[in-house]
Structures are given as C-alpha cells and as structure tokens.
Design a protein around this ligand. Structure first.
Ligand code: MGD
Ligand code: MGD
Ligand code: SF4
Ligand code: MO
Length: 719
C-alpha cells in the first residue's frame, strides 16, 4: 500500500450499531487525528456517539488477533492461513463424515449484519456446512418481529419502521433509543429526531419498567410490570374498537380478519389488565384515545418486548394497533422502506417448522433454531448430537441464556472453529481462531440497515486502511473454507456467480437492478458521493409490496391468535406464584458499550463502573441494602456478584443489570476488559425461559427473590 502523506479526510459510515452515522475521519498521513460526525451525510447530519471514536482503538488494539491462532497443549500458536484453512476443513469434514451433517453446528453473531461481505456472502459457509443446526443472535433479539412480519405481511423482512421524522405521536415500548441509538429503526441522531417531534407539537410516550434516558425525555412515562405489555396492547386495541375509534382507512381494502378482531380482544378491558400491568385503567383509556385521535401515530416496541415470554404476541399486536388506526404504510406511521439494494423478495420469504431441534423439539424458523437449545444439542448424546461448532462474530457465552452452561458445553466439543477478532469468553474454547479484517479495514454498505432506516438513503464506504496482505476478509475466509469443505458428491462450483463475485460486484449489480437502478444508481454513483445519497422519505408501498399469497394483510394469523391462550393462562388462570420470589430482573444498555465486545477500548470503559444492579430505594431499604455495596444475585442457574446502585428510576420489584460483561474468565486475552470485568447477566438468565411461540429468549424476566444469606443475596428465578 502506498503511504499517504499530509492532512486528508476519509468519509465512511460507522458499522458498530444500527444507526448508520456518517463519520469524518481526519488523518495526518496514516495517523488518525480526529473522528467526527460527517455534517454532510444526508442521513446522520453530523451525529455520532462515543463508540465511533473507538473504531481506531479496535484497529490498533494490541489484543486483536491478526493471524490464525491454533490451540496446542503448550498454549496458543500462530500459523499460516493455508495451513489453518486445511486443518479446519479437515476436522469439520471428519466430524461430518463420521456423524453426519448435523454434527457440525454454526452460531452467527451480531457483527455479521454490520459487515458487507458477511451480509452478502455469509451463506457461502452455511451452505457448505449443510447443517440443520444453525443458530444466530436473532433468537436472543428480534426474532418475534420477523415472525409477526412473516405471518402478517408474508415476508420476515417486511418490518414496519416508525416514520419518526413525520409522526405526531410516538409510542415507545421496551426500547431506549437514547442509549441504544435505535434498533429496527435505523435513525442516526435519534435525539434530534425525538426533539423535532416535540418541536412540532407532537407527543412521545414511553412504556418501560425503568424511567430510562428516553423516558425522561418523553412527554409521558408509563411504568409497566415486565412481560405484561401484551395485556396493555390488547386493552389499547379493545378500547379503540369499543369506542368506535378504529379507522383503518385504505388498509381495509387489502386486509383479512378485521371483522373477527373484536371477540379476540373483548375480554381485555383496561380495568381487567390494570392490576396485572400496574397501569391505571384511566391511563390506558387516555392513551388509546390520544393515539387514535392523533393525525398520525406510531407504536414501536423493541428488545424489552421481543425478548420476553410473549414477544411474538407483542410484535403482532403492535402491528394490529398501527393497522386499525390507519397508521401502517402512511407518513407519520409505521412504514416500509424502499432500499437501493433490496433483498426483500419472494424466494427469500422465511419458512417455518421444516425441522425441529433434536432435544427440545423447537421448530426451525428462517432456517435457524433457537440458540437457547445450543448447549443441550452439544451435551445430549445421541444421533444428530453437535460435536463440532463454528462461531462467526459471536460471543454466545456472554450473550445467550445460561452462559455458564454453554461455556462448559463448548469445552466438551470434539472440534471448534471461531472466526473472530478476539480471544474472548467464547473463542477461548476454539481449537482454531481465524481473525478477519474489521471496521476501518473493510469496505462498507449497510445491506440490512438501509432496509430498516427511517429514510431512504444509500452510502458506500471504501476501506480506510488497506488490509495487510496476510489478512483475510470474513467473506474470503468463508470462500476458502467452502472450497475445502467440498466433497466429490458436493463439489465447489467455481463458476457460480456467488463464488466468483466480490461483495462490491454483488452490491453494484444489486444497485443497478434495484428500485433506483433505472435512474442510474450504481456503485459508481455512490463512490462519487462519499457522504451518501438521499433517496427521500419513506413511501407507501402496500398492497403491492405484500408477499402473502392473496396479497392481503393477515390481521389474525392463526398461530398468533392461538398463542393468546398462553398469555391468558399465564395472567388469568388464578394460579398465584407460591415460590416466594419477588423481584424481576430486566436488562439495560449503555451508550458507551456494545453488547459484549467493545470493553477493550480504554476510553469506553473509563469512569464509573456501569455493570451494576439497579434497584428501587424502597426495595433496597426493605432489604437493608446500601448504594455501592456488593451484592450477590442468584438464580436457578447461577450466581453473580456486582455493585448495587440504588435508583428511583426503577419500578419497585424490578432490578436491572446490563449484559455483555463478565470478562474475568481464565484464558481471555482482553487486557483492558479484564480490568473492568463486571459480571455476566447471562449467567443468571435461564435457557428454559423463552417465548414458546417464536423460540426467542425471554431474557428479561426471571423473578428474583432477595434471600438474606451471609451477605445480602437475592435469587432470580423464572416467572
Ligand atoms: N441478557 C441479555 N442478553 C443479550 C441481550 C440483552 O439485551 N440482554 N441482547 C442480545 C442481542 S440484541 C444481541 S444482538 C446479542 C449479541 O450476541 P453476539 O453476537 O453473540 O455477541 P457480541 O457481543 O455482539 O459479539 C460479537 C463477536 O464478534 C466479534 N467481532 C467483532 N467484529 C467482528 C468482525 O468484523 N468479524 C468477525 N468475524 N468477528 C467480529 C467480537 O470479537 C465478538 O466476539 O446479545 C444478546 N444478548
Ligand atoms: N450503546 C449500545 N447500543 C446498542 C447496543 C449496545 O449493546 N449498546 N446493542 C445494539 C443491539 S444488538 C440492539 S438489538 C439494540 C437494542 O435496542 P433497544 O431495544 O433500544 O435496547 P435497550 O436499551 O436494551 O432497551 C430495552 C428497554 O426495554 C425495557 N424493558 C425490559 N423489559 C421490559 C418489559 O417487559 N416491558 C417493557 N415495556 N419494557 C421492558 C428495558 O428497561 C429497556 O429500557 O441496541 C443496539 N445498540
Ligand atoms: S450511534 Fe452507532 S453508528 Fe452512530 S457513531 Fe455511535 S456506534 Fe456508530
Ligand atoms: Mo441485537
């Protein structure tokens, strides 16, 4: 690579979270002198958060792996790429030859969707492994959104996005965009966008068990008992119907089920759900009326709703609420995007239930199984047992329920391959780690997040740094492995376009054949516009863009309607909990953290310890606990210790712990993170606790009991 000299500027999109912030990176030669928000980016308009600056820390991190690492009896040794590819493929083939394709499992983590090569070519590897045992971070995250979208609109990627820039009423349940920067709502500068709602006389209402940063900003904050949102949503819908406020308008012309909605919701009066949700009936009635009366309104529910027992029901009912008030597919409501590179097409419509997990019999959805079943699939003997695992950009030991059990299960594997940039809590179990390029060394285009963005834009970022000749991109690793995984019966097809084209070529092809291709949009256009191009506000797309067989919205998909029985039984069957547990545990996010993997940046972990348990002052006083004191939190599956932070922001009876911490395990090579180790929330969450319908983990609501042991401890347990 030719050395660049003098002062110059590089423009790119931050790939760390979903917000798609444009960055302006100032350099002196090869050295970064500043990372700022790119004012000229039409989407983010100058917004960034503290994590963007840490991109340079990841690039320069001495702990980051740069060469394949093999585990030996004497410790880790670096080896060459070809040797590494040969060895990994030989082991995976050996296991599959002896025990069948299912004996190799795959776990794909979150950064895959933030990486162009992995978004476009990740299937190279999964196809080559041809295993039914595919797991991803989706089942500890947004699976219920996909499920509801698939059932109602015919495609799992037809996710309605809140049109925040035009709405008059933003109802937020279980999301804290001021900390997370928005999710399934790519909206760089959400802070500015929220202020603008209020600036034009609109209203923001937040429903959350914690008075979050976003709740504090809202016009109204409504505390709710965890997991009871399904009842609130039913009561809102019921009120709107009973008071004659439903106005589905043009949506009625291409929808089935509206006439049958009333009997389904009729029982859920505000008075009936009030004692369970903890929300006064008058508040529910008032909210329903205000939402229905607003010229435009949108209800949006995120992690707090999708990772709970009734995640599928919640996401379905949110869509129903938006639909019956006419707010789906109209400006200011919940809209579908028109991305320049569109992967939402009929062949890719997700399937459901084609196979089941071996041990617990959980159905597949979109080709994957719930990750909560991974550990048992590894440890339960029998035909089809997982004996080898490939993890790609994932840290399931910290990010999935009952992490300690998975930690132990990984130890028992016959072979494990990790494609990852760090030797961390998960990858330390690998026999081989293949470290790809990342962040500043990669070209970037947000294939997924443009589909989820509050405005249609397109932006391509070239790599800032050319990778060393001796490193590989993720997609090059997949290809190298796929070639070697080929067998005489399943040869590697070198002529296949997807095995020939680079991500940039595929992107260019997609842009040219996409919705703006006829106007001349191509990769060249994007290269010529380094700040990105604006393609305008979201446009109505229905009914044309529906993928249901009859091109109608299914308001009442049978699987979802049936699942209401489970909610009814859980809340109204008259059985009271007799286990004595009286605290419920939920999660939270912090602006300077990003799931489990950015705690090795000193500038992000500096300052006050953020891995604390938040508890309401009354709960603390009742237990004689003081702010700052170390407490032990115990659940059915584990026990962790961490400092207590007494906070009036918590709903009494509910405590909150952030996830992604717990770096003090043996063999982890993350020097800074280990100094700020914290404890892992997922050593408490329970893998048996999930949304029975969608298979998504319900991480947020083990019920917790404070048991006074030698030190003050509380036990978290299942609802
Ligand atoms: N209790 C609880 N648990 C949760 C959540 C919660 O709210 N509460 N949130 C859940 C959610 S929403 C998610 S998305 C998951 C995330 O779950 P995971 O995806 O399993 O975890 P991450 O912490 O994102 O780990 C990312 C891994 O990718 C590696 N990595 C980073 N960049 C690259 C790259 O460019 N290439 C490759 N190959 N590797 C890379 C990192 O080193 C790290 O090992 O966690 C979930 N877990
Ligand atoms: N800084 C930072 N940003 C991130 C991430 C990160 O780790 N750090 N992770 C990224 C990822 S992978 C994702 S998926 C997104 C997630 O983005 P968000 O969904 O905005 O994530 P959270 O901030 O965890 O907000 C979830 C909220 O749900 C509330 N909650 C918990 N249980 C319930 C419940 O039963 N009912 C209701 N109504 N509320 C409940 C919690 O108190 C919390 O305020 O964030 C992304 N952005
Ligand atoms: S909000 Fe997200 S995309 Fe924007 S700078 Fe921060 S981490 Fe990057
Ligand atoms: Mo996520």
């Amino acid at each position: 690579m030719s050395e660049r000299s003098g002062l110059w500027t590089h423009y790119r999109t931050c790939n760390l979270c979903e917000a798609m912030c444009g960055l302006e990176i100032s350099l002196d030669g090869e050295r970064i002198t500043a990372i700022r928000g790119d004012q000229a980016d039409p989407f983010s308009q100058g917004h960034i958060c503290p994590k963007a600056v840490a991109l340079q820390d990841i690039y320069a991190d001495p702990d980051r792996l740069r060469q394949p690492l093999r585990r030996t009896a004497a410790g880790w040794e670096t080896i060459g790429w070809d040797e590494a590819f040969d060895e990994a493929a030989a082991h995976l083939k050996r296991v599959q030859a002896e025990f069948g394709p299912a004996a190799v499992g795959v776990y794909l983590g979150n950064p895959n969707v933030h990486n162009l090569g992995s978004s476009l070519l990740g299937t190279t590897l999964t196809r080559a492994l041809r295993t039914p045992n595919v797991f991803t971070a989706t089942s500890v995250d947004q699976l219920p959104h996909h499920f509801a979208a698939r059932m109602m609109f015919g495609h799992q990627l037809l996710l309605p996005i809140p049109d925040v820039d035009r709405t008059d009423f933003f109802l937020i349940l279980g999301a804290n965009p001021l900390a997370s920067n928005g999710s399934l709502m790519t909206a760089a500068g959400i802070d500015r966008r929220l202020k603008a709602i209020q600036g034009r006389g609109g209203r923001i209402v937040v429903v959350d068990p914690r008075r979050t940063e976003t709740a504090a900003r809202a016009d109204e904050y409504i505390p709710i008992r965890p997991t009871t949102d399904v009842l609130l949503l039913l009561a809102l819908i019921r009120t709107i119907l009973s008071e004659g406020l439903a106005r589905p308008d043009r949506l009625a012309g291409f929808m089935t089920g509206l006439d049958d909605l009333w009997p389904i919701v009729a029982d859920y009066t505000p008075d009936r759900v009030s004692p369970v949700t903890g929300i006064p009936a008058t508040t529910i009635t008032g909210l329903a009326r205000a939402f229905a009366a607003s010229p435009s309104a949108v209800c949006y529910g995120r992690i707090g709703l999708s990772t709970q027992r009734f995640g599928g029901l919640c996401q379905w009912l949110i869509n129903v609420l938006n639909i019956i008030t006419g707010n789906l597919d109209r400006p200011g409501g919940a809209m579908f995007t028109t991305p320049a590179f569109d992967v939402v097409d009929a062949p890719r419509a997700g399937k459901y239930g084609r196979w089941r997990s071996r041990v617990r019999g959980r159905p597949e959805f979109m080709g994957e199984l719930p990750v909560t079943t991974l550990a048992e699939e590894i440890t339960t003997p029998g035909e089809g047992q997982i004996r080898a695992l490939v993890t790609v950009a994932g840290n399931p030991v910290l990010s999935t329920p009952n992490g300690q059990q998975l930690d132990r299960a990984l130890e028992s594997l016959d072979y494990m391959l990790a494609i990852d940039i760090y030797l961390n809590e998960t990858t330390r179990h690998a026999h081989l780690i293949l470290p790809p390029t990342t962040g500043l060394e990669t070209e970037h285009y947000d294939v997924l997040f443009h589909i989820l963005a509050v405005r249609n834009t397109a932006k391509y970022s070239p790599p800032l740094y050319e990778p060393d000749t001796d490193t590989r991109h993720d997609w090059q690793i997949y290809r190298a492995l796929a070639q070697r995984l080929a067998t005489p019966e399943r040869p590697y097809d070198t002529a296949h376009p997807l095995n020939q084209m680079t991500p940039a070529m595929i992107l260019d092809f997609g842009l040219r054949t996409g919705p703006y291709g006829k106007d001349g949009l191509s990769l060249d256009t994007l290269r010529a516009n380094p700040h990105g191009v604006d393609l305008g506000p979201l446009q109505p797309r229905l009914p044309d863009h529906l993928f249901t067989p009859d091109k109608r919205i299914d308001l009442l998909p049978a699987l979802l309607v049936q699942d209401l029985q489970r909610a009814r039984a859980a809340f109204f069957n008259g059985v009271t909990h007799t286990d004595g547990f009286n605290l419920t545990l939920i999660g939270r996010r912090d602006l300077r953290s990003n799931n489990s993997w950015m705690h090795n940046s000193r500038r992000l972990v500096r300052g006050k310890d953020r891995c604390t348990v938040l508890m309401h002052p009354d709960d603390a006083a009742a237990r004689g606990l003081a702010d700052g004191q170390r407490v032990a939190v115990q659940s059915r599956v584990g026990c962790i210790e961490l400092p207590l932070e007494v906070s009036a922001a918590m709903l009494p009876g509910v405590v909150s712990i952030p996830h992604g911490w717990g770096h003090d395990r043996r063999g982890v090579r993350l020097a800074v993170a280990q100094e700020h180790a914290g404890a892992s929330l997922n050593d408490l969450t329970d893998k048996t606790f999930l949304d029975e319908l969608t298979g998504n983990t319900a991480q947020r609501c083990p019920r917790a009991r404070l048991s006074l042991v030698a030190y003050y401890a509380f036990s978290a347990m299942l609802c």
